[in-house]
Design a protein around this ligand. Sequence first.
Ligand code: GAL
Length: 376
Amino acid sequence: MKKYYLIILAILVSSTYISAQTTSITSYELFLDTDGNHINAHGAGVLYHDGVYYLYGEYKKRWASALGVSCYSSGDLYNWQFKGLALTNIDRPGHDIQPGAVIERPKVIYNAKTGKFVMWFHLELRGKGYEAARTAVAVSDSPEGPFEYIRSLRPNPAIWPMNYSQQLYNAYREKSNGSDKGFFNPGTVGDFLARDLDSGQMARDMTLFVDDDGKAYHIHASEENQTLHICELTDDYLDFSGRYTRVLPGQSNEAPAICKFKGMYYMISSGCTGWAPNQARSAVAPTIWGPWTYTGNPCQGTNPHNNLGPDKTYGGQSTYLLPVQGKDNAFIAMFDVWRPHNQQDSRYLWLPARIKDGKLIVRWQSSWNLSFFDQQ
Ligand code: GAL
């Protein structure tokens, strides 16, 4: 008799498990992990390693400060299992990542040469608002962590970017002090770049990108969020090599994400309006160093939950462009819908993205699956 009970129990458990599996991606509503909890991974990025996708993001309660970086894993991009915190606050007064520190937009990449998983994230020091503008690095032997915190820094002290110089800056300055005074935006001219030259450049919203040749890049909003910097990392991915370039100077881009298709580089970004949504932007370049050409707003369609369309990025802000394995010209454009007064309830928009006529296109879909990419 007992045996039958056990069999029935086993059938019930397995059918619940099967029915809990999902085969679609649904945006804006609660995004449940395999335990039934709303995924807590904001400003996220994804690493694909050995057949598994790993999702990393800000693990938050109500406030902007994060308890650490969460990790979820999935084999199919639909069902995500919570793996715990890959990086946690260090409870030591004065420590960079003490409780209350702002840990944002974590991204993890794998270094094939060293066999290490390397995490970078935007760091703001406890009690200092957003003035520190630093980036921080941690390392692990396993994709799920624990990641060991290494240090934070402001990139590229005393180094001019590859596409700008002291001479060019002086020439601009001279001009703007003349008859056309006031014409030049300080962000375009590079006033903040020059101001921070010795101490290192500001680094706020960031992403990482690993190219086909194994070189990795740290891309971030710098110069008071006026200008993006694309910076090469060292071969072990643990430091900046010193080679970097300014992108779209003075045009106030943040929340950058990059993907590559057929040898071209595509970027999505947002404007700078804090937690409030604005209009997404896109750009394309033939090399990671540019030249980057602005290609307009990549978004199409409207989010029926809030009636917001492309002019407000459906209520979201970009965080990552995820290449779908095994499909051609198939990316998931990942966005956060911020809920600044209850951060853990912030929502996600994961939308299909493709390159069409040399431009990134993101299409609103309330609920969809990867067969979307099998259609034209
Ligand atoms: C946004 C940024 C977020 C967070 C927020 C704070 O502009 O993209 O990651 O830093 O500002 O206000």
